[in-house]
Design a protein. Structure first.
Lengths: 46, 223
């Protein structure tokens, strides 16, 4: 039973971490692209 | 993308129910056999992802559209995620079924090689600065790398292997109730895989838009 728990935990933690990271990146990039005055004229991205 | 997300969200709990509750317990391995319901769908998800890498790469070489290169990059990353899950859950299965975490069995070895190919693909992308050159090299790498997928799949047929046989092609004696649970899990994973690729593709396109906006801003500032 411990192997089943470990298998499902590993898979779902990896998938959840990945999807949350992607969702956060989409939200940040969309906000940056919408912000007026951003990119190259005193904006904040990198 | 939202539709895929909304479809895969309820599909995952249904798949978990089928795998952990509805599917019968295997006579010899007991509950440990339930790892199969996540291991096999993860392997199928990685095949699908790498097929998209190869297809998007081939289309890029033909049409030279940036969004096709972005799609190949997105699918490669998702494919590496699912190959990692396949290897880790397979290792847990091996420990429960055979008593060891790893063996240089043809199926295990070719799957590790597949993982290394696409990790190398992602590293190579980081190493090339020129976007057009990076896209061209990546497309060729992605197509050639996909040649390992049929080798992985047929490794249990071509060579003597301790890995269970393939389900496709009648090579299994799996109980019909287990086959049903596996089919539901595979369908849920495929929906979730397509959702992840679509989401990662969106990130890639947004990052490229931001990079282009930065470049044009710098160009305008330098004028």
């Amino acid at each position: 039973m411990v192997y089943v728990f470990a298998g499902y935990a590993v898979a779902f933690v990896l998938m959840l971490a990945y999807v949350l990271r992607l969702a956060a990146r989409v939200a940040r990039l969309e906000a940056d692209l919408r912000r007026p005055g951003n990119f190259g004229d005193g904006g904040t991205v990198e | 993308m939202r539709l895929l997300g909304y479809a895969s969200l309820p599909a995952i709990p249904v798949a978990l129910y089928m795998a952990l509750v509805a599917a019968p317990t295997e006579a010899f391995m007991g509950h440990s056999q339930r790892i199969m319901y996540i291991h096999v769908p993860a392997a199928i998800a990685s095949y699908l992802s790498f097929a998209i890498v190869a297809a998007a790469g081939a289309l890029y070489l033909w049409r030279r559209r940036d969004h096709l290169d972005a799609l190949a990059h997105a699918a490669a990353e998702v494919g590496v995620l699912f190959t990692t899950i396949t290897l880790l859950t397979g290792s847990l299965w091996g420990r429960a079924a055979w008593g060891w975490w790893w063996t240089w069995d043809p199926r295990l070895t070719t799957t590790l090689v597949l993982w290394l190919i696409y990790v190398a693909y992602l590293i190579m992308r980081q190493a090339i600065d020129d976007p057009e050159r990076r896209a061209r090299f990546s497309a060729i790498f992605g197509i050639v790398g996909f040649l390992d997928v049929p080798v992985v799949h047929l490794s249990v047929v071509w060579w003597r292997s301790i890995h269970p046989p393939n389900f496709a092609g009648g090579g299994t004696t799996l109980d019909p109730a287990m086959q049903q649970a596996l089919a539901v899990c595979a369908a849920a994973f495929l929906l979730f895989t397509l959702f992840l690729i679509a989401l990662r593709w969106r990130v890639e396109r947004l990052e490229r838009s931001a990079a282009r906006a930065r470049a044009s801003g710098r160009g305008a500032a330098g004028d």
